[in-house]
Design a protein around this ligand. Structure first.
Ligand SMILES: [Zn+2]
Length: 415
């Protein structure tokens, strides 16, 4: 945990500032920054543990057990507790992977057991939901952050979207989520260097008023029960020029897989008290992205169109520049590394490589099959061009393949 994170952190229950309890067990990093690796944080009302550099600001059973273990000087056991590792054998297997400098995201996820992350994370960066969310996040965050303000991703899980904020947030973006293992993975792999905080989305958020220029929650809001409090908290966390974004939340009026407890479009609008939100159907934004842009956030959609959209995007901001037409990013340099999309089977070697699109399951195909709008069924690539991906830079025809997600920018050591 970075020492400057204390500036934005507050107790979720008393609202007081938090500080390291120097008299209790703690461990700092060796570097000049003096980050906190393990320790106990105190406020007016409570104490919370920092486990493996991650403040745990809730009082669910694992957190209180881990807090007792840190106080007893057993940071190793506290980490096992927060990862939910059930027995010594599983814990030892995970510790071995976690301490390896060459282990991949995939290997680390597998060491956490079969129930941890489902099987689809490999394809996350090219699924239709993701490409819309990423485009909207980039457009809005770039507009409001202006190079000197910070972003927060709430309920951001393993950081797949947080990653889109790394180059836009002045200080590293904060990633808040209930699941310790996910934010830990995000800091190490998916959004390297982000600042993770473990907290409960159904409780008041452990951050200071106006600490951020951009607050977002994507692909998770329909699972939040305390929606009114959650939106009130997002409004509280941003400053007057900031923006709130709720991306890919389901629509009560239209069925979708993993439905959650969604609201109607006007139900979502009523959650906002200090900002006037604008609501977009995901289908129109998807068309914008597939056609190469611009992403039109100036559009006003009719109630009828919104009712028919299975997923909605909600944006609240006083900055009129947000609600305009935004060109899409076309990055020629990889944030991680350029790889052929793992949905493709590659055959042939040398001068010509043949790529054929396939899906890991019929469930995947049903939920994400719209990726056929930009992923061709088959294509042939010049092997030398593919080898040039290793440089981390693309140009010419490869740029178009990056845009269409045939080539994806994956985190380093992803699989
Ligand atoms: Zn407190």
């Amino acid at each position: 945990m970075r020492p400057d994170t204390f500036d934005v952190l507050r107790c979720p229950y008393c609202g007081g500032r938090l500080s390291l309890v120097e008299s209790l067990y703690h461990r700092r990093g060796a570097g000049a920054a003096g980050e906190i690796l393990d320790g106990i944080l105190g406020c007016h009302c409570c104490i919370f543990p920092v486990v493996d550099g991650i403040p745990v600001l809730h009082l669910l059973p694992a957190a209180t057990t881990a807090r007792d273990q840190i106080q007893a000087g057993r940071a190793d056991l506290a980490r096992r507790t927060m990862f939910g590792l059930e027995n010594d054998e599983q814990a030892e297997r995970f510790d071995a992977v976690a301490s390896s400098a060459t282990a991949t995201y995939r290997e680390t996820v597998e060491a956490l057991g079969p129930n941890f992350e489902g099987g689809y994370f490999l394809y996350r960066f090219s699924d239709p939901t993701y490409i819309v969310v990423q485009a909207v996040v980039r457009a809005v965050a770039k507009t409001v952050l202006g190079g000197d303000r910070r972003a927060i991703d709430i309920c951001g899980g393993s950081g797949h979207v947080t990653r889109s904020l790394l180059d836009l947030s002045s200080a590293p973006p904060v990633l808040a989520d209930l699941y310790f293992a996910k934010v830990w993975l995000a800091r190490r792999f998916t959004a390297p260097g982000c600042e993770p905080v473990c907290c409960d989305g159904n409780a008041p958020m452990p951050f200071a008023r106006g600490a951020f220029g951009f607050a977002m929650c994507t692909d998770a809001f329909m699972y939040i029960w305390t929606k009114r409090q959650f939106v009130g908290e997002m409004e509280r966390l941003i400053d007057a020029a900031g923006a709130v974004l709720i991306g890919h939340t389901h629509n009560e009026r239209t069925w979708s897989p993993s439905h959650g407890q969604p609201l109607s479009p006007e139900g979502y609008a009523d959650l906002f008290e200090t900002l006037e939100p604008r609501i977009f159907g995901e289908a129109g934004l998807f068309d914008d992205v597939v056609s190469g842009g611009p992403l039109d956030l100036s559009r006003r959609e009719t109630a009828d169109i919104l009712d028919k959209n299975p997923a909605l995007t909600i944006i609240g901001s006083r900055d009129p520049r947000v609600f305009s037409r935004h060109p899409l990013d076309a990055p020629a340099a990889a944030e991680g590394e350029f790889r052929i999309n793992p949905l493709y089977t590659v055959t042939g070697e040398g001068p010509l490589m043949r790529l054929r699109l396939g899906f890991p399951s019929s469930d995947y195909e049903e939920e994400y099959g719209a990726c056929r709008r930009y992923l061709p069924e088959e294509l042939t690539l010049d092997g030398a061009l593919v080898t040039s991906l290793e440089s981390g830079h693309v140009s010419g025809e490869l740029l178009e393949l990056v845009r269409r997600k045939v080539i994806v920018d994956l985190p380093k050591r992803y699989y």
